[in-house]
Each structure stands twice: as C-alpha cells, then as structure tokens.
Design a protein around this ligand. Structure first.
Ligand SMILES: CCCCCCCCCCCC(=O)SCCNC(=O)CCNC(=O)[C@H](O)C(C)(C)COP(=O)(O)OP(=O)(O)OC[C@H]1O[C@@H](n2cnc3c(N)ncnc32)[C@H](O)[C@@H]1OP(=O)(O)O
Length: 189
C-alpha cells in the first residue's frame, strides 16, 4: 500500500474558493444601516467582546493593504496541549478576523464554512497577529482567506484559514433572539 503524499499547498477547498471572475471588493466599513442593537451585542462576543471574561478579547487594529488586521494574546486559560494554544481557540480567532473582513464589505454575513490549517505550534504567552482579506463575492456568498503569525506581524505563519460567509438579512439575528427570549436590554441590566 502506498502512503499518499501530504498536500499542504493551501487551505482553500473548492467550497471556499471564489469562482473565476468574482468581484473582489475592498473593505470599506460597516454599513451604517446595521443596527446598533446588533452591534451592541458584540460586547458579549466570545471572540472580541470586552464583557466576555473568558473570551479571546481579540483587538481589531485596522485595515492594511486591503486586509483587516487584529491580534490577541494567548492567555493561560486558552491552552490546549501543555504550553500551547488550543486549536479551537485559533480557529475562533480566524473566524473572528475573517468575519470582520466580511462585515467590512458593508453587509451582514455569517460563517457558512471555515477551513483551518495549523502550520506551527502557538505558545501560551505569545501574541497572534492576524490578517484577513476577501478573495471574491458571488451573490450572497463572500470568500475570505486569512492567516495568523507569531513572533511579530512579520513572523512565521502558524495558522491559515479560508472561509465561505453567507449574507443574511437582519431578521437572521432578531428571529433567534425572539425565539429564545434574549434582548440587548436584558443583557445591559
Ligand atoms: C465592524 C464589524 C464587527 C463585526 C464582526 C463580526 C465578526 C463575527 C465573526 C463570527 C462569525 C460567526 O461565527 S457566525 C456564527 C456561525 N454561523 C452560523 O451560525 C450560520 C448557521 N447557518 C445558517 O444560518 C445557514 O446555513 C446560512 C445562513 C449560512 C445559509 O442558509 P440560507 O440562508 O438558507 O442559504 P443557503 O441557500 O443554504 O446558502 C446560500 C448559498 O451558500 C451556500 N452554502 C451555505 N453553506 C455552505 C457550506 N457550509 N459550504 C458550501 N456552501 C454553502 C449554498 O450552497 C448556497 O449557494 P448557491 O446555491 O446560492 O450557489
């Protein structure tokens, strides 16, 4: 029996690769019509929320050459294997920065598919420097790619991801809220 050779040329499968000819918009900023009620709930976001005590507390740092940038610190409670960041934590960080890049296209998006490659161990105590960019939009589907580096913004790539985000209407969020009895007001009190 022959052992198949390892293919590590890139994270994107056919489901996360933009079709040929798809437009590649630059990040511009959130559409002001996105309601403050939805945005206010990000205070509790596991990825970036300042009120999510056990969360990643990812910091968005800007937009650089068409890519959204962010960073987060691998605190001790984010450990998986001894001394190393949990793989799910790194996938969450990628989801967060890819999601930010999607929302900066000016519409509401949710993750439909997320693919992650782990290329190098990420030590507890390190800062992960993240970038994410859009590779194409095709109707409701937005294709994004990203990477996380350790040892500085120009350090080696430790994690890489590709994702498909799907545009949703505002009701996507409000109908779940109504169904489960949550509201922004309740959370604030
Ligand atoms: C400053 C800003 C701060 C804000 C910063 C915000 C950062 C947030 C970061 C976190 C983001 C998240 O984690 S979001 C939470 C995790 N994700 C979710 O909860 C989503 C759960 N899933 C869903 O609600 C649904 O499955 C949807 C909305 C994704 C799709 O449902 P739908 O609306 O009925 O649409 P549907 O027809 O199924 O799909 C539309 C098209 O997408 C394709 N499609 C859908 N899912 C997939 C898939 N997994 N793989 C391949 N393709 C897919 C379909 O084939 C179809 O293609 P075609 O036939 O049109 O060609």
């Amino acid at each position: 029996m022959t052992t198949p050779s390892v293919q590590r040329s890139g994270p994107a499968s056919s489901r996360t690769t933009a079709p040929a000819g798809a437009a590649v918009p630059a990040p511009s900023g959130p559409d002001p019509r996105l309601t403050s009620a939805v945005m206010a709930d990000y205070r509790g976001c596991f990825g970036c929320g300042e009120e999510a005590a056990g969360g990643l507390r990812l910091r968005r740092t800007g937009v650089d050459d068409g890519a959204v940038t962010a960073e987060f610190d691998v605190r001790a409670e984010l450990q998986g294997a001894p001394g190393l960041a949990h793989g799910g934590v790194l996938a969450t960080a990628m989801d967060e920065v890819l999601g930010t890049a999607a929302w900066l296209l000016g519409k509401r998006y949710v993750t439909g598919r997320l693919e992650t490659d782990y290329l190098a161990p990420v030590p507890v105590g390190s800062t992960v420097h993240l970038r994410a960019w859009c590779t194409g939009v095709d109707g409701r589907k937005a294709y994004l790619e990203g990477e996380g580096r350790v040892g500085g913004p120009d350090g080696p790539v430790a994690v890489r991801a590709a994702a498909l985000f799907v545009e949703v209407p505002e009701e996507h969020f409000t109908r779940e809220r109504v169904k489960h009895g949550h509201s922004t007001k309740e959370r604030a009190n």
